[in-house]
Design a protein around this ligand. Structure first.
Ligand code: ADE
Length: 253
């Protein structure tokens, strides 16, 4: 079972995002355990202070190192059974390395993932330097805190755990994931990230005058596969030309 421990000043925030669909079922079937921990529990002053003014001046407040270290150290002590090599301590911040599907695959192999949600104008840099094993950003924009980012990471990683999706094939056919190695078993290497997925249609065949592409009704699987590869490549070229260089298309089935 993969344990996610989220360190946050808003533990109640996480009541919603994980109570539905695949995330809910993954917890019920004990593929994952997700716990949010209140950072203020790890303060010792009577005001339960988690932030302070930045050295060197400037606007805003900075999350203090001490409560974050204490929270993470207590989680590590409580989870000593987890192999060191299979534990990850992630600081969510806009300064982090970009979170990608390849990183999600890597994290899905872990036993314990501790997620530290940044807040205010920043987090004391000693957390990134001496506590976190990595610092991740979910994209080039600034959120009010790391909570939404942590929820994104938990979601993207959980759905990759074998058994989390009812249908293991669909994982291999995701955007960013389909490669020659993807195959119908969904087995693939974390380093292999492709481009965007192809367009999908369902009934009715005609909706407000717009018809489903003829080829998809032909039953000719070889031609359908060719069409999907072309469409996927075209869409990637138009929407995400940055992904083209590492793209080697081979749609499966
Ligand atoms: N905290 C604020 N913005 C963020 C981002 N883009 N990714 C991760 N954590 C964040």
């Amino acid at each position: 079972m993969l344990h996610f421990d989220i360190v946050t000043i808003f533990p109640e925030f996480f009541a919603g995002p994980f109570s539905h669909g695949i995330l809910k079922r993954a917890q019920e079937t004990e593929l994952v355990k997700i716990t949010a921990h209140d950072l203020r529990r790890f303060t010792e002053d009577k005001h339960r202070t988690v932030d302070d003014r930045p050295f060197g001046g400037g606007a805003g407040m900075v999350l203090k190192a001490e409560p974050v270290f204490k929270a993470v150290e207590s989680l590590i002590a409580a989870g000593m059974k987890h192999e060191f090599a299979r534990r990850e301590i992630i600081l969510l911040s806009p300064q982090g390395k970009k979170f990608t599907q390849a990183e999600a695959f890597r994290l899905a192999e872990r036993e314990s993932i501790i997620l530290i949600c940044g807040r205010y104008e920043g987090v004391d840099e000693r957390v990134a330097e001496h506590l976190a094993t990595s610092e991740l950003s979910i994209g080039d924009y600034v959120l009010t805190g790391g909570e939404l980012a942590a929820a994104v990471v938990v979601d993207a990683v959980t759905r990759l755990i074998p058994g989390a999706l009812g249908n293991e094939v669909s994982r291999a056919l995701d955007s960013f994931s389909f490669t020659p190695a993807a195959g119908p078993t969904g087995k693939m290497d974390a380093a292999e990230v492709g481009g965007l997925s192809w367009p999908q249609y369902t009934r009715p065949e005609e909706f407000r005058g717009w018809k489903v592409p003829e080829i998809l009704m032909s039953g000719n699987h070889r031609e359908i596969q060719k069409w999907r590869e072309e469409k996927a490549r075209g869409k990637t070229a138009r929407m995400r030309p940055d992904l083209l260089p590492n793209l080697e298309f081979k749609a499966v089935r």
